[in-house]
Each structure stands twice: as C-alpha cells, then as structure tokens.
Design a protein around this ligand. Sequence first.
Ligand code: NAD
Length: 415
Amino acid sequence: MLEASHHYFHQAADVIGLAPKVREILLTPNRVIKVEIVEEADDGQLMHYTGFRVQHNNARGPCKGGLRYHPTMDEDHAAALANLMTWKTAIVDVPFGGAKGGIDCDPSQMSRFELERVTRRFVEQCKEIIGPTIDIPAPDVNTNADVMAWIMDEYSRHAGFSPGVVTGKPLHLFGSDGREEATGRGVMYALEEALRDRGGEISGTTVALQGFGNVGSHAARLIAERGGKIVAVGDHVGGVSNEAGLDVTALVAWATEHRTVAGFAGGDAFEGPEIITWPADVLIPAALEDAIDENNAADVRAQIIIEAANAPTTPEANAILHDKGVLIVPDILANAGGVTVSYFEWAQNIQQFRWELDRVNTELEKYMRRAYGSVREVAREKNVDLRTAAFVLAIQRVGRAALSRRSVHETIDLS
Ligand code: NAD
C-alpha cells in the first residue's frame, strides 16, 4: 500500500522535477511506533493485539490522522495512510502534518468493555508521543466518538484536562457540531465540483456507493437530499439496489440495526463486489483500500469516481481509468472534509469556545471548494489529472514548509 502512495508521489514529483534529496526528506516518516497490547478478555482469556502509530511529517503543524481498528492493520497500512494525511492536510490548508495508526483487532468480535480496555492500554503505551501540539488522533474505520472519549479520558489522566488530544469526540464532551458527517459532506461538495467540471449537477445523477459506514451513509444522505439517486450500495456482507433510487433514510435505519445494508427490503440484493462495476453516473468507493484494481477497472461504468475511502484505487487501475476518460477526484482531496472539521474541533478545544453548526458547515464548504479550485488550477496549468495535481500542490506546500525549517546546501525550486 505504501508503494502505491509513493508511486503517486513520484509521478507528481517528476512533473515539477523535484530533487532526489527533497523526495527523501518528504517521504521519510518522522516516527514509527509499534506497541504490544495484552489485556484480559471478559472471559478471562488473554487478548493480544499490536498497535501502530506512524507520524509522517510535521513541517506544517502537529501530526493529525485517524485510528483504525481492523485485523489487516499493520505498519505498512499506517505508514501509507500517514503519508496520505500529510498531503491531505496540505491540500485543504489546515495547520497539521500527517499521521495514522490503529490496532489489528476486530471490534465486531469484542465487547464494549474489551474495546475500552484495549484502547486505554494503547493510549497508555503512546501517551508520550501524542498530545494537542504533537499528534492528534481521530476516528477511522471501526472507531467512533466513544473510542475518542476513552482516548481523551486516558490521556487526560496523564497530562491533565486535554480535550484537544483527539477529534471526533462526542458533542457533549467537547466534540464539534458537524464533525460526524463532515467527511461525507466534503465528499458531496467534491461531487458537486466534479459534476460542474463535466457540465452536470447532483439532481438526477445516479450514484453507486461502496461502504455505508460513517462516510458512505452521510454522503448518501446529503447527495439524496440534493436530488441525487443512490441506485446501489454494497458493503462487506452484500449489496442492495433500486433503479428508482434507494430510500436512504430507511437504509440508514436498517444498516444501523443490522450493521450491514444486506437484507434491506427496499431494493434487490446483489453480491457486494459487483458494486464497483455498477451502471451509474458516479461511483463512490467509501470502504477500504484497493477496491478498484486491475481486475475490475476496465469494467467500471461510472464516468466520475469520488474517492471517499483512502487509497481505493490501485495505480494499475488508475492508469486504466485514466485511459477510459474517467474523472477521478483523489482521496487526498475528496475525503478531506473530515480533517477540516477536525481542525475546527481542535481550534474550538484550544480556545474553549463553541461554534454553531452553521458556521462549521459554511467554513467546511469554503475550505473544500477552495481546495478543489486550487487543485483544478494546478491540473490545468501543468496539464495533468486531478490526482497528480493534488500531489503537486501538496508537495509544494509541505516542501516549502520543510525547507524553511532547515538549511539545505542548494537552492531548491518547487514550482
Ligand atoms: P466505517 O467503519 O464507519 O465504515 C466502513 C464501511 O466499509 C462499512 O459499511 C463496511 O461494511 C464497509 N466495508 C468494510 N470492508 C468492506 C469490503 N471488503 N467490501 C465492501 N465494503 C466493506 O468507516 P468510515 O469511517 O466510514 O471510513 C470509510 C473509509 O473512509 C476508509 O477508507 C477511511 O479511511 C476513509 N476516511 C474516513 C474518514 C472519517 O472521518 N471517518 C475521513 C477520511 C477518510
């Protein structure tokens, strides 16, 4: 996975002729942490998991990035996702660097108490390397506001009251209005901008969506509210489709109760992976990485892909889709709404001040549209696709900050 993110980095670095020395400075992570978590399960057996945190770059501010609880979590995933966070925070221009981490556990097989114990042990092992001015975790796959509350509580035992140590907290515990739906809302703005580039609008546009968790479900709801038709949704269990458009509110209620969209009565069932090649105007992968690869890319029928998930498209698939003329809005732009509102939450925590929901959403829209506009401008100027343009912009911003903070022997041109 790290290889894929490096591939895109070098593709963009080649466009601006970036010196090898700067590539090495920008690609090398600041810190890679691995911790062993051994805790008692409810039945007295031992649970043994491994936790990871990779702090990739802090040239533009404290490291920032999600925590993922998933059996596939490992150092490679953490490093690749931390890398993406560095570029993402630069693209939306929030004062953070990039980090990512997680634990290789499966929360669906754990009780709430087991999850809490494992989370607290992880924080205990990492408490010296996280903090409001060092590294600020946030929710990602299989982690939510409850997990963030435990992190805040455990960290505060060590450092004193510290709401700014994590974002995505519950509203009643210094969370921000609008944070939970922020990534999905940002995805909706990215879709609006992409449709504008292709001369369309959300109303009447058909959308196929993979993943119906935090990001996917909020994106679906907001797109449906604007007249878009969610014609198919697939997840890790199965999928459901309806040509006339799924009733998203009812689907959210079903998925909340059953932890899957499979079995929903308001449409026809299909096998989950079919979602990638579903006949729709737009495909939104909002699940895990590598969903679109060289085996299914040629069969993708959507003309626009909004990468709500991190790294859903392999470089091989990206090349195939590019040749087919598919417009891809890359992850580091499309799903940046989450970290943007995380920044608002952190800023509110530090100021001990609360923003109204309207202000959060208005600012989020401004940040997302401005970021999209900047990436579009670079794409036109350099005659490259949006992903390459997004990486170029990020490399320039992070590179300038990194090089201003240290001396190098030669003059480096980042234009
Ligand atoms: P989540 O845990 O809330 O939901 C994950 C969804 O993916 C679920 O619907 C699950 O069924 C589905 N899924 C899991 N494995 C699958 C598989 N093999 N095939 C099909 N579907 C599968 O997670 P989330 O927070 O919504 O995150 C989704 C993606 O968005 C991830 O790539 C994450 O890194 C990225 N992301 C999340 C945020 C955020 O704020 N939560 C921000 C930026 C990016």
